[in-house]
Design a protein around this ligand. Structure first.
Ligand SMILES: Cc1cc2nc3c(=O)[nH]c(=O)nc-3n(C[C@H](O)[C@H](O)[C@H](O)COP(=O)(O)O)c2cc1C
Length: 219
């Protein structure tokens, strides 16, 4: 049952990417994870095929191994660290560079502490996307993201924080080996760290104004 007294709109607008405010010391009950996943299963999927799978990882050795894969990706060429350095190098001025560095503190924190997050969830979808047509690709990814997001919303309403990540997919095969996923038949969509949040007050984030992205009747 939801424990926070939030309206649907509040849940939808305050489910943030939580990293520094994940409580790394408080255990998460398996029941609450199951409850959120039951809700996730109500999400749409193409033809209601429900080709989704969710791997809940709580084993400390497996979390450490997955976190190592994530860290490797963050520090590999073209990874999180390279992108940050490039952004800072091309910043218009020192102020902008400092702001970018500050913005990256949160992702960097997650990279450093991922192994400490009590629950890691790997949403998966049957099939491999590489050789699909555009329609097939849309169906493939669309068969997992609504459910993953529903899980995250259900988690938020229960005082849990999450963040959708994809960084480890640079080394998806290694993660598949750690978790025993049949790589040739199943695609990992990402990795969602889950923990209770430190405080429960989260605000809507700054976004591009609607007018800059809204196209009515034509582009
Ligand atoms: C498809 C996708 C992939 C993402 N991958 C990562 C990731 O690998 N690591 C990470 O720390 N955050 C990741 N994020 C989270 C975004 O960085 C986050 O949504 C963004 O910082 C905005 O935060 P907000 O949603 O709280 O406004 C990802 C988000 C999406 C939608």
């Amino acid at each position: 049952m939801p424990v926070l007294d939030l309206s649907i709109d509040e849940v939808l607008t305050t489910t943030r990417a939580v990293r520094k405010r994940l409580d790394l010391t408080r255990p998460v009950e398996p029941e609450v994870i199951r409850e959120c996943l039951e809700i996730a299963l109500q999400a749409p999927s193409p033809g209601s095929m429900q080709h989704w799978h969710f791997i809940v990882v709580t084993d400390p050795a497996k979390r450490e191994a997955l976190a190592a894969v994530y860290r490797k990706s963050a520090h590999s060429p073209g990874g999180q660290e390279d992108i940050l350095k490039q952004m800072i190098a091309t910043a218009a001025n020192e102020q902008e560079a400092a702001a970018l560095a500050k913005k990256m503190e949160s992702p960097r924190y997650l990279t450093a502490h991922l192994h400490e997050v009590p629950v890691l969830i790997v949403p998966c979808i049957e099939g491999r996307v590489e050789k699909f047509t555009a329609v097939e690709q849309a169906s493939h990814w669309g068969g997992i993201w609504p459910a993953a997001w529903s899980f995250m919303l259900a988690a938020r309403s229960r005082g849990l924080g999450t963040v959708l990540t994809t960084l480890h997919l640079d080394f998806e095969r290694e993660a598949a080996e750690i978790l025993g996923i049949p790589y040739d038949q199943v695609t990992q969509a990402g990795l969602i760290p889950v923990a209770y949040t430190l405080g429960t007050d989260f605000k809507p984030a700054a976004r591009k104004p609607l007018e800059s992205v809204l196209h009515w009747d034509r582009w």
